[in-house]
Design a protein around this ligand. Structure first.
Ligand code: GRF
Length: 207
């Protein structure tokens, strides 16, 4: 079986990246992790990926200053050099320019810690608690120009419990992310229709 080559973009601790790396160990997993790439040379996730035997690279955004597209052109060259066919954002904390989004349209996926379209952006768990939501969750979606706005591929739901803090809710959602993201990526790489865009959310409620 030829497996889809996926590059993972991170900025921090990399727990979703680790979930993808672990999923890719299964012989029947339809993807392999070709590269873990960070805009922060000190990202914890880079060390974790290296320990797991995955090729890693840091391309620091700071020397590029305000020229975000120039940074992305360097990323794009590295992604192609690694032979990546897909890009998975996993806690990549830069807003993308149209250049990178268009270069990987239909082949770039993100995991977001809310039930989109609710709570795009940051601080999702506090916002869900303050709104009195009974349910929270996470969303795997294709990346488009609008932040956290791309077609939804799959979602997973978790309850918001009495007394939850942003931290306790975040760790419950994160466990769901670690199950959802490999499943959504596996489906994307095997499914031309999904790459074309929205076919309706598939609710993968977590047990
Ligand atoms: C996750 O909550 C993910 O949904 C969001 O950023 C966080 C990254 O965490 N996009 P990690 O680096 O994968 O641990």
């Amino acid at each position: 079986m030829s497996r889809a080559r996926v590059a993972v973009l991170i900025s921090g601790r990399g727990s979703n990246m680790t979930a993808l790396v672990e999923a890719a160990r299964a012989p029947d997993c339809p993807f392999e992790i070709a590269l873990v790439l960070s805009n922060r040379p000190d990202a914890e996730g880079l060390a974790l990926a290296a320990q797991a035997g995955v090729p890693t690279l840091a391309i620091d955004h700071r020397p590029f200053g305000a020229d975000r597209e120039a940074h992305e052109r360097a990323l794009d060259a590295a992604l192609r050099e690694a032979g990546a066919g897909y890009v998975a954002l996993a806690g990549y904390m830069r807003v993308l320019t149209p250049f990178l989004v268009e270069a990987w349209a239909g082949r770039m996926i993100n995991i977001h810690p809310s039930l989109l379209p609710k709570y795009p952006g940051l601080d999702t768990h506090r916002r869900a608690i303050e709104a009195g939501d009974a349910e929270a969750g996470c969303t795997a979606h294709l990346v488009t120009a609008g932040v956290d706005e791309g077609p939804i591929l799959q979602q997973a739901r978790v309850p918001v419990l009495e007394g939850d803090t942003p931290e306790t809710l975040s760790s419950r959602v994160l466990e769901a992310e670690h199950r959802l993201y490999p499943a959504a990526l596996a489906r994307l790489v095997g499914d031309a229709d999904a790459r074309e865009g929205y076919r309706g959310p598939v609710d993968q409620s977590s047990p």
